[in-house]
Write a protein that binds this ligand. Structure first.
Ligand SMILES: *Cc1c(COP(=O)(O)O)cnc(C)c1O
Length: 233
């Protein structure tokens, strides 16, 4: 067994155990976050059964998207700059970072230009940390009303991140994320809101216990990232 294969097995085991503790008994999708890791590592993970991959940087995702020969579901979870939206829309992916009213409008505009309906998640900054992107919880109504009016985006759910702190801080954030996700469902056609994207390497078990059905895990699968690494593969 390779290192990546062992780590994926370990993460899946921990996910199963967390699911048993979850009162929601939900299915959970594992997104392998491949940012700052090579195409070869991505391919290895896919060979180990990974079917969802996540990237943060548009340029890096584009390169991998172009080169990867294996079928996989692409997820973009990093904060998006307006000038990159057109490039993202050209790819088949789920955008987790619908994190401002202006970016939702831009995604809609660019998707309309190529006759596409783009799947997005609304990202909320629940903890209120200044370093985090995301819609404010107070913007919930406004964001929902806007999203409903934009014909070329389709909101599929909610994404949020917890602070890198203790469980006593993390758990309430995920609880709130779950509550907001339930509320979101009331505004859209039945079945449309299906994704609750919460949980990373350090907190995915708590997230699953609080109802997450999509976890985004990088470090626990691929090891530490080398941030000096460029986008060249
Ligand atoms: C990098 C990143 C992840 C993965 O983080 P790990 O701690 O390495 O698992 C998940 N979600 C988002 C939004 C990220 O930026």
């Amino acid at each position: 067994m390779s290192e990546i294969e062992k780590r994926i097995a370990d993460v899946r085991k921990r996910m199963e155990d967390a699911k048993k503790r979850s009162p929601y008994k939900q299915d959970v999708t594992l997104v392998a976050v491949t940012k700052f890791h090579s195409l070869a590592e991505m391919e290895e993970a896919i060979d180990c059964g990974i079917t969802y991959v996540g990237e943060n940087r548009v340029q890096e995702m584009e390169q991998k998207y172009r080169l990867l020969q294996k079928p996989v579901h692409w997820n973009l979870q990093g904060h998006l700059q307006k000038n990159k939206v057109k490039k993202v829309i050209a790819m088949d992916c789920l955008i987790h970072s619908g994190d401002s009213l202006s970016i939702l409008k831009e995604i809609n505009k660019r998707a309309a230009a190529i006759g596409k309906v783009q799947d997005v998640l609304l990202e909320f900054n629940i903890s209120g940390e200044e370093t985090k992107h995301g819609l404010k919880p107070e913007e919930f109504e406004e964001a929902v009303q806007l999203a409903k009016e934009l014909p070329n985006i389709c909101v599929r759910g909610l994404m949020c991140m917890a602070p890198e702190e203790g469980e006593d801080v993390i758990r309430p954030v995920f609880k709130k994320g779950h509550e907001m996700w339930e509320k979101l469902k009331e505004y859209f056609p039945k079945g449309q809101i299906s994704i609750l994207s919460m949980g990373m390497s350090g907190d995915f078990e708590i997230a699953i216990e609080e109802g997450s059905n999509m976890v985004r895990v990088g470090t626990a699968i691929f090891g530490a990232r080398d941030y000096t690494r460029g986008v060249n593969l």
